[in-house]
Design a protein around this ligand. Structure first.
Ligand code: NAD
Length: 275
């Protein structure tokens, strides 16, 4: 997780992915799941939780993050389900289509799609945010969601679940992450509209909107320790969340327990009030 050129963060967080604590109870037994960004942070915690709930899991990660992916893959296999990792950059539509093909081939189908991979660029002034940076954030956070969902749809049966990842910043944009806030608001509305379109096919679409979670995203995006401390101070609980505290929301929305929930955004942010 290298910082973007021109941005600097001071520390590398060691987030809690629930490796030692998450206990499954078969809530996703026999399900086949694809999780983008499943190698680290929130996606890593979701991959561990899904496998311990009985799902076969494919994780997608950036090629540079092979070590993280291998670690999560080991934990999936320890859970006794099928695990598979695909190193791919999802900001390319052809790669997105290939990811779905490979997933369906390896798992023999697909019924849970978690669009979790994301990026942000912390830049103080709009004038310093390059066209390429702005576009790359949109390609990763929004377009990839569209490309992967489109490619997955022919394979998704009735009862399938799509869970997308927005952010508190969809409602509460930080002044130095204009790219990010715009993409996350887009994800909320894209998901709500899609949930209506897919309802007749029995496919549900929901969103998890995390509050501040101190992960590698903050390092690579250039969010400083001071900014993260400010988030903590502002938070109702006076602290950031942990990926392990996000994963159960994804399990709920992916499982049949949420069979009557679609088009919803589940805010998991330590009690911060959202509009
Ligand atoms: P993270 O950096 O640990 O995970 C991001 C993942 O995205 C990585 O696994 C990386 O491999 C993957 N990724 C990024 N660009 C990619 C690309 N082009 N192709 C393939 N994979 C790519 O960070 P995280 O905090 O766990 O973030 C996960 C999701 O949660 C993101 O969508 C993020 O926007 C969202 N989120 C995070 C926070 C937070 O405070 N950490 C808050 C709200 C929302």
């Amino acid at each position: 997780h290298q910082p973007e050129p021109g941005v600097q963060a001071q520390m590398t967080p060691v987030p809690d992915l629930g490796e030692k604590t998450y206990r499954g109870s078969g809530r996703l037994a026999g399900r086949k799941a694809l999780i983008t960004g499943g190698d680290s942070g929130i996606g890593g915690a979701v991959a561990i939780a899904f496998a311990r709930e009985g799902a076969d899991v494919v994780i997608v990660h950036l090629p540079a993050e092979q070590e993280d992916a291998d670690h999560i893959l080991g934990l999936i296999k320890d859970a006794g389900t099928t695990g598979h990792a695909i190193a791919a950059d999802i900001s390319d539509p052809a790669r997105c289509r290939a990811i779905i093909d490979e997933t369906v081939r390896v798992l023999g189908g697909l019924d849970i799609l978690v669009n979790n991979a994301g990026k942000q660029v912390a830049v103080d002034r709009l004038e310093d945010l390059s066209d390429e940076q702005f576009e790359q954030t949109f390609r990763t956070n929004v377009f990839a969601n569209f490309w992967l969902t489109k490619a997955a749809l022919p394979h998704l049966p009735a009862g399938a679940s799509i869970v997308n990842t927005a952010s508190l910043e969809a409602y509460k944009p930080a002044p130095d992450r204009l790219d990010y806030a715009a993409t996350k608001a887009a994800i909320n509305n894209f998901s709500k509209g899609l949930s209506q379109q897919l309802a007749p096919r029995g496919i549900r679409v929901n969103v998890v909107a995390p509050g501040p979670v101190w992960t590698a995203l903050q390092v690579s995006g250039g969010v400083s320790d001071e900014q993260m401390k400010a988030f903590d101070d502002e938070s109702t609980y006076q602290r950031s969340g942990q990926p392990a505290e996000l994963a159960p929301a994804y399990v709920f929305l992916a499982s049949a327990e949420s069979s009557y929930v679609s088009g919803e955004t589940l805010n998991v942010n330590g009690g911060m009030v959202t509009p």
